[in-house]
Design a protein around this ligand. Sequence first.
Ligand SMILES: Cc1cc2nc3c(=O)[nH]c(=O)nc-3n(C[C@H](O)[C@H](O)[C@H](O)COP(=O)(O)OP(=O)(O)OC[C@H]3O[C@@H](n4cnc5c(N)ncnc54)[C@H](O)[C@@H]3O)c2cc1C
Ligand SMILES: *[C@@H]1O[C@H](CO)[C@@H](O)[C@H](O)[C@H]1NC(C)=O
Ligand SMILES: *[C@@H]1O[C@H](CO)[C@@H](O)[C@H](O)[C@H]1NC(C)=O
Ligand SMILES: *[C@@H]1O[C@H](CO)[C@@H](O)[C@H](O)[C@H]1NC(C)=O
Ligand SMILES: *[C@@H]1O[C@H](CO)[C@@H](O)[C@H](O)[C@H]1NC(C)=O
Ligand SMILES: *[C@@H]1O[C@H](CO)[C@@H](O)[C@H](O)[C@H]1NC(C)=O
Ligand SMILES: *[C@@H]1O[C@H](CO)[C@@H](O)[C@H](O)[C@H]1NC(C)=O
Ligand SMILES: *[C@@H]1O[C@H](CO)[C@@H](O)[C@H](O)[C@H]1NC(C)=O
Length: 632
Amino acid sequence: MVTSSRLLAAVLAAGQLVAAVQTDEYDYVIVGSGPGGGSLAANLALKGHSVFLIEAGGDASNSTVERLPQLSSIAAETPPHSWQFYVEHFQNETQARRDSKYAYLRTNGSYYVGLDPPAGARPLGILYPRGATLGGSSQVNAMNFAWAPDNEWDYIAELTGDESWGHEHMRRHLMDLENCTYVPRGTPGHGFDGYLQSSHSDQSATFASENVARYIAMMFRRAEGIEVEGNAHMVELLDRDINRIDEDRYETPFLFGIPNAISPTTGSRSSIAHHIRNVIDAGRPLTMSLHSLATKVLFEICDDGKPKAYGVEYMVGEGLYSADGRYNASKVGEKRTVRAKKEVIVSGGTFNTPQILKLSGIGPREELEKLGIPVVVDLPAVGNFMQDNYESPVLVRAQVPWMANATGPCTRTFDASDPCFVQWEATGDGPYGEFGATFHMTWRSSVSWDNDTDLLFLSIAGYGGLGFYPGFSSRASRLTDWTTAIVRMQTANPHGTVTLRSADPRQAPAINFNFFAERADEDLQAIADGVQLLLDVYDDVGIPYEVIAPNPQIDRKQALMDEAFSHHAVSTCRMGPAGSRDHCVDSKFRVNGVRNLRVVDASVFPRVPGAMPNGPTFTMSRKALEAILEEQ
Ligand SMILES: Cc1cc2nc3c(=O)[nH]c(=O)nc-3n(C[C@H](O)[C@H](O)[C@H](O)COP(=O)(O)OP(=O)(O)OC[C@H]3O[C@@H](n4cnc5c(N)ncnc54)[C@H](O)[C@@H]3O)c2cc1C
Ligand SMILES: *[C@@H]1O[C@H](CO)[C@@H](O)[C@H](O)[C@H]1NC(C)=O
Ligand SMILES: *[C@@H]1O[C@H](CO)[C@@H](O)[C@H](O)[C@H]1NC(C)=O
Ligand SMILES: *[C@@H]1O[C@H](CO)[C@@H](O)[C@H](O)[C@H]1NC(C)=O
Ligand SMILES: *[C@@H]1O[C@H](CO)[C@@H](O)[C@H](O)[C@H]1NC(C)=O
Ligand SMILES: *[C@@H]1O[C@H](CO)[C@@H](O)[C@H](O)[C@H]1NC(C)=O
Ligand SMILES: *[C@@H]1O[C@H](CO)[C@@H](O)[C@H](O)[C@H]1NC(C)=O
Ligand SMILES: *[C@@H]1O[C@H](CO)[C@@H](O)[C@H](O)[C@H]1NC(C)=O
């Protein structure tokens, strides 16, 4: 793998030199190839515009770790697929260190994770992975493809006064990008000719375990008032679609299997990287520069005094960023620049977009001046107002296994000696062709701010533990455990920050989510309501169990605060009314105060778009395509 990606780098580097001689100017220069930037680059090129796409990582979309859904956590923890940021959840150090996932570096260089660090260990914070590969985090994420509640799109329309953000328009963009494979072709509200496949997992295996079937039946009764008629009935009910067009789809709580961005024919991650490759192979004017870390956007001053973006400076090399597991400070990249005839588009994701903007002189004046960065635009919204979902693990351990022993013939070595792997490679199905939780559910807590449900549950029987820390991807599972992640939607705590530690573009920024700084009562109450529902249903089932999380020894809300985690960060370049200094971009994605510069990625969402940002970010990228083409 290392050898082949080095080879690829060398080939690309050689190709790049030739390109640089012939032309160093493209219509659009895009930084970052995730759901925001990667789709936009491919789609602009399909419309005939020349595009130069700068991506820090390489193309590993054919690797087993990025393709095989069950290896997604490995991809999220392993270079060259991902970057490992360490973030803080709180300013209050005492509170921060109450999280059992808090990581430290021991004096001998190994990690310690937990509540009782050895003397001299250096606090690192909470691990927060991000994809750093062609396709961005969508190549390492959990592939859950749930679309935002209509109310979230309508909120953006209202905030910006731009009704083209209304949910009917956004649905059109979803239909353009989706290749839905789990409802009949022609079903209203879904697309069938797009580049991102969505599928449902086969839920019937779930019910092979009698104890799991009992729990789900009891949950149907409590959550929906449905008395189920056996397992087949439950399988049928779980086939209901959270992405259906009905405007009330988030209003009525219900159990379902979540759509996944997985191809049903190959059993592999459906990948924007493949769309990008297809566009290049079709001869469209898309040029990629992989293993390239953008270091700043370049500006010139127009006659009227307004700054205008005209290009990007970047460094070529592998593992150049300090959050990369391969980082070595003494290895330097080769510096290059590229010019944009029309526009520069920054799509580095919620942590890197504000970093790139600040390095380029767009951000809060005081912070930039302290580091000696010349201020192009004093824009306080950059790197501020970060928000996220809270995700809370609820873990119970029973005296008997929840799950039947489902080891089957799989050896989990994922090579020719593993019959399940051989089957998956050949046909895309078998045990490795299935992916997903035991069930999902939406639920309305006592504090929802509208008529929608405000919690989304992902429930995994036979699995213990959630959240990120060094080694999370090799967490062992027990058949007696059952973990449910309660994802809180409707969080509106805008106090997260991404601030530069240094003017060196290779150094990851300081990231603090300032969890529960605002609306703590509502958020903790909502999650606590969800915990109670889950425990009531375990009681209904009647199998003896103990609660492992949230810690039953202490106050429930304190326990939830201690262990909440997140991985859906948004809003560090939030969208809002044009010209507002408390907002970073206008409704057409244009960065306030400069010309020819847009931001298109999850950082522009003014607040979390429901429970799952991946589908909404892909959708928003289509919206950006339309906005850009309309201005031609
Ligand atoms: C482990 C994990 C699990 C997740 N699970 C889900 C899920 O199941 N469902 C869901 O909806 N969401 C999930 N998410 C979140 C979702 O993947 C992200 O919200 C989404 O990918 C954001 O897209 P983006 O385009 O904003 O940024 P990203 O996808 O992060 O892409 C940014 C890209 O920019 C590149 N880049 C950054 N800085 C530079 C630079 N200076 N120069 C060049 N390139 C640069 C990066 O390498 C990366 O490729 C998950 C995320 C993670 C990490
Ligand atoms: C990925 O695999 C496909 C299908 O085998 C192949 O066409 C393509 O060239 C591969 N891409 C890379 C980057 O190796
Ligand atoms: C910091 O957090 C601890 C633990 O939650 C709490 O007891 C303490 O009051 C907090 N301190 C401040 C200043 O808020
Ligand atoms: C570092 O110390 C820990 C705790 O004593 C030990 O478990 C670990 O193996 C050591 N690691 C190395 C690399 O020496
Ligand atoms: C959509 O998905 C189906 C099922 O995998 C596949 O056969 C079809 O070719 C896909 N369509 C497009 C446009 O990619
Ligand atoms: C970092 O790179 C330098 C220069 O190539 C090399 O000498 C050194 O061994 C590397 N350090 C590590 C930890 O790999
Ligand atoms: C499951 O089956 C495997 C193979 O038969 C066996 O090694 C393992 O101990 C079993 N596990 C449990 C929890 O029964
Ligand atoms: C909730 O639904 C009721 C009944 O349909 C409606 O009257 C009310 O306006 C809705 N409230 C919100 C906040 O949408």
